[in-house]
Design a protein. Structure first.
Lengths: 111, 112
């Protein structure tokens, strides 16, 4: 089955700096890659996603890139703010039938 | 998107007892999922619940321990049976719509 690895497990950045989280996947059939943000005491919230026919997608301060050849995708957060502090999960899916999650990255933005 | 609610939001239970968690979705969905998230860990799929059929369990999870009901297209329940402290986790309901997956707020379970 699919195996998703996520790095780093923890990340601290100064407010205003950028944060990058990277994931790799093993199954070349995976074609949908969402990112989730989970704040303390809440369920994961979908923040951005990318499909395999696209190399990059951006939504304000958040962007995701996908390299199908290398089987890796990354989340980029620019101009980080304290409210970006949370745990971020990547996932890989084949047509939304089953989702495989990374191990999570705890992001801390230091004011 | 999808609006998902779960009840209870948290509970503290004694070992050997059972707890049923409810999940309600704001509109009809075909596929509903139940996940477990142990403290500081990632999400582990327990089972997939489709309306009108038996739930499909992942390796390591059995129906006797985690019975699931799916009586209609907007509702599901997960029961955690004969609980032990190792069952202390967050239990999350999620739904799939247009290939995207959305999560409920979770039920935080503590077993003493």
């Amino acid at each position: 089955g699919e195996n998703v690895e996520q790095h780093p497990s923890t990340l601290s950045v100064q407010e205003g700096d950028s944060a990058v989280i990277k994931c790799t996947y093993s199954d070349s059939a995976s074609n949908y890659f969402p990112w989730y943000k989970q704040e303390l005491g809440k369920g994961p919230q979908l923040i951005i996603d990318i499909r395999s026919n696209v190399g990059e997608k951006k939504d304000q301060r958040i962007a995701v890139t996908l390299n199908k050849t290398a089987k890796h995708f990354s989340l980029h957060i620019t101009e980080t703010q304290p409210e970006d502090s949370a745990v971020y999960f990547c996932a890989a899916s084949i047509a939304g039938n089953q989702f495989y999650f990374g191990t999570g990255t705890s992001l801390t933005v230091i004011p | 998107s999808a609006v998902i609610s779960q009840k209870p939001s948290r509970d503290i239970c004694q070992r050997g007892t059972s707890l049923t968690i409810q999940c309600q979705v704001d509109s009809q969905v075909t596929m509903m999922f139940w996940y477990r998230q142990q403290p500081g860990q990632s999400l582990t799929l327990i089972a997939t619940a489709n309306q009108g059929s038996e739930a499909t369990y992942e390796s390591g999870f059995v129906i006797d321990k985690f019975p699931i009901s799916r009586p209609n297209l907007t509702f599901s329940t997960l029961t955690v049976s004969n609980m032990s402290p190792e069952d202390s986790s967050i239990y999350l309901c999620s739904v799939s719509r247009d290939r995207e997956q959305f999560f409920g707020p979770g039920t935080r379970l503590t077993v003493l």
